[in-house]
Design a protein around this ligand. Structure first.
Ligand code: CP3
Length: 345
């Protein structure tokens, strides 16, 4: 029973620093690609046995200290009435994006126990196969990050439609964010009830916003989720990429862990918020292209930055890239396991 991850989330004593990687179940693993060759992405997500199998792959193959359920943040809009398509080499696409108040009104707040039943079933199957080997993380997108995909209709560089709506019709955006906050809260509660040991909120595009707009359109809705969440003891992690300007506010919403990207200095982050929350991060995912020797140096440097004692969960500052050699991912995990006991004397 490896509960290092949960103990670190609670800032309890650990013998070494736990480690997992965002997007750890994915294409850099040949074993993932073998399954993906036979089933499309949404079929894998919606088939509990397949989802459970790829969820457990990184535990078996590279030795991470936590599993994260194989799914996607965009299953929530899918359940609200916007069919999600994963288009090869383009990513997620919604054919009918949200552009007006009537589009928002037409969305249902999904009843996750019905519309997202397959996620809870995947969690059940995964928990049974893991049999306590490592904890299982559930997750959802932040309302803001989900809204960017729903309004743009796909991934975006310019955020043209969402910027227009935010500034010209903020009341429409607020209606959408409010619906999403309720849906996301219910979904996280359902995942915890199904057996998720912790939950992470992915706010991948929080860093698009100015600090004031970040608080107004992203963090306030994350606060709405966290402050109303029946978490049953499960730690809550917030990952707002590119929002290091608001660390103190993020640490104040009531989550247990704040996940930071590689532009933050972990010593500084610990100084500012380490009394309040555990800290997750923050290796630059591109550094995994370097040799295992250099990866180990970078691991040491991050462990030194955080310093002695508990309250650190080692992770990347964002998801692992699909063409990183598996050997390098394994080298990262091995380096954290071998180098970190010295920091927990
Ligand atoms: O972390 C894990 O291993 C669990 C599974 C997981 C996936 N997506 C699987 C996935 C998680 C936690 C996510 C979160 C997610 N999805 C985010 C937030 C985190 C981040 O990376 O920023 C976002 C923004 C999405 C939306 C999304 N899903 C995009 C933009 C894409 C296309 C780009 C890409 O990486 O392929 C996806 C597809 C996706 N989600 C894949 C996987 C394994 C690749 C699908 C494939 O096999 O073709």
């Amino acid at each position: 029973m490896n509960d290092l991850f949960l103990r670190a989330c609670r800032r309890q004593r650990v013998e070494r620093t736990p480690v997992w990687m965002m997007r750890q179940a994915g294409r850099y693993l040949p074993e993932y690609r073998a399954i993906r060759a036979k089933a499309d992405f949404m079929t894998m997500v919606k088939t509990p046995e397949l989802a459970a199998e790829v969820t457990i792959q990184p535990v078996d193959i590279i030795g991470v200290d936590a599993a994260i359920i194989f799914s996607d943040i965009l299953v929530v809009p899918d359940a609200m009435g916007m069919p999600l398509e994963m288009v090869e080499s383009r990513g997620p696409v919604f054919r009918a994006p949200i552009r007006s108040r009537s589009d928002v009104d037409a969305l249902n707040v999904a009843d996750p126990e019905r519309a997202l039943r397959y996620v809870m079933e995947a969690i059940g199957v995964t928990k049974r196969s893991l049999a306590g080997r490592v904890p299982l993380i559930g997750f959802a997108g932040s309302p803001w990050t989900l809204a960017t995909y729903m309004i743009e209709g796909s991934g975006s560089k310019e955020f043209k439609h969402v910027a227009r709506m935010m500034l010209d019709e903020p009341e429409v955006l607020d209606l959408l964010l409010d619906k999403l906050a309720t849906g996301v809260r219910l979904f996280l509660e359902a995942q915890i009830a199904a057996g998720a040991d912790a939950v992470q909120i992915f706010d991948t595009w929080g860093g698009f916003l100015t600090p004031d707009h970040y608080k107004r359109f992203s963090l306030d809705y994350i606060f709405k989720i966290v402050s109303n969440l029946h978490r049953d003891g499960a730690p809550v992690i917030i990952f707002s990429k590119g929002a290091n300007h608001s660390l103190i506010d993020i640490a104040g919403v009531g989550a247990d862990v704040v996940s930071v990207d590689w532009t933050a200095d972990l010593a500084e982050v610990r100084n500012r918020i380490g009394e309040k929350v555990a800290i997750q991060g923050n290796l630059n995912p591109s550094y995994l292209y370097a040799s295992p020797e250099q990866i180990r140096r970078e691991v040491r440097s991050i462990l030194r930055k955080f310093g002695n004692g508990s309250g650190h969960i080692f992770n990347l500052g964002h998801g692992i890239f699909p063409d990183v050699p598996v050997e390098h991912a394994r080298a990262l995990i091995r380096a954290v396991k071998e180098e970190s006991p010295a920091f927990h004397g």
